[in-house]
Design a protein around this ligand. Sequence first.
Ligand SMILES: Nc1ncnc2c1ncn2[C@@H]1O[C@H](COP(=O)(O)OP(=O)(O)OP(=O)(O)O)[C@@H](O)[C@H]1O
Length: 463
Amino acid sequence: MPSVESPTASLYAQDDLRRDLLHRNALSMASPDSDRWPDLPENVEDYHDVYPLDIFGHSSKILTYSTSTYRATHSKTGEKCCLKRIHGFRQTITKYAPLIEAWKKINHPNIVQLKDIFITKAFNDSSLIFIYNYHPDSESLQTRHFNSHETLNGYNDPFSSDPNAPRPYSHTKNAILRHQHSNGLLSENTLWNYTIQLSGALRVIHGSGLALRSLCLNRVLVTGNVNSRARLRINCVAIMDILLNDMASPNIIAFQQEDMSDFGKLLLALACRSLIAVHQDNLLTSIDLMARSYSSDIRHLIRYLLGSQRRHITDLMPMIGARFYTQLDAVQNHSDNLETELSKEMENGRLLRLLVKLGSINERPEFNLDPAWSETGDRYMLKLFRDYLFHQVTEEGRPWLDMSHIVQTLNKLDSGSSDTICLYSRDEKTILVVSYQELKQCLEQSFSEVASAAATDDLVKAE
Ligand SMILES: Nc1ncnc2c1ncn2[C@@H]1O[C@H](COP(=O)(O)OP(=O)(O)OP(=O)(O)O)[C@@H](O)[C@H]1O
């Protein structure tokens, strides 16, 4: 039986979690502006409502291919998805079927799941489309943690036109320190949070006999405002396997070793807040610089990842050690918060259903050719109840608004409480004393009349 306690707070509550969820919801609903993007197709195979996500319009490239990213809605399921488009792709993808199936099977909280891959002419070329889960309000690690002047293709050196030119130690060190200073240091907790999540993702990928081959800052999506609790998801899986077209004799072990090095570089770039920190010549300097701000544990882990020996992702487990507990505690706390919010929303949903029923009955201009239906019999009682709920006034005639009155009354109605209330007509000539139990029966009965008439109408239309 539903509680008759007022969940008023839930109707007002606007904490961070709710704000985040609302914001994400709003982003999922945004519609494309056809003036701004006149060339967007209406449909891309089974997807519609195609909306560009790289809205700053900078042209992205993977290898030699131009790429674009969109949000779209699946026409049958209504699910929002992310479409990654590879422009001008002229091969077939049949030979990749087993690989694609293997990637599609990977379902992990730190990996953006691949849902489908197909070739389409919807953009007036031959485009290869990767469909991924859509995670609203996410940005790449690169966007979140690095200044735009550094966003030159991952890890290039913005200070040198020739990345292979030797630089003196002091130049490198000063440049990294300058970046660290202007970007600000990340907390060690954040680095561990990222390490744990990404290692979990890599463990599953490598365990499935696959390799990422593209782990870098702009291939990791981050969601959530607080870095030390942010959620990371590795994005764009499977793209490199297909674009590189070198899986005929795959050396998966070598590819996985590259992933480990890429992982080490990603963490080092974050620790130094500098992209030049991970230039091959600068690695040792950068690891040395880390000592000023971070524990030897995290340095040891990065050094291991960047080492030349054969590395295995599960070897990170003892290096992370008890920090796993901290992470697990945080995740469980977050899950408790979500459950609390969910239960409040269930209360709200329950009340909304009652309001929908009342709204479908009250003031209905006509029902089964009877214009007075909503004003007579049981429905009259519901009309007075609606006034009792929403339209009460103070002695001076001002509207009396009290959310807890509305919520409590609806809760009593929903639970069919035996409490009684006095309902007055607006001219106060009629006074009815009814229990919530009776009101509930009236509501259910009247709504089922409306619902069955609506269903009959549907049947007639179908015939
Ligand atoms: N699966 C997704 N769900 C939600 N948003 C996404 C998703 N993938 C990408 N985005 C959003 O789209 C933006 C652009 O993504 P994209 O992958 O094009 O990044 P990019 O930095 O342009 O990389 P690239 O150079 O590979 O195209 C991201 O920063 C992110 O905000």
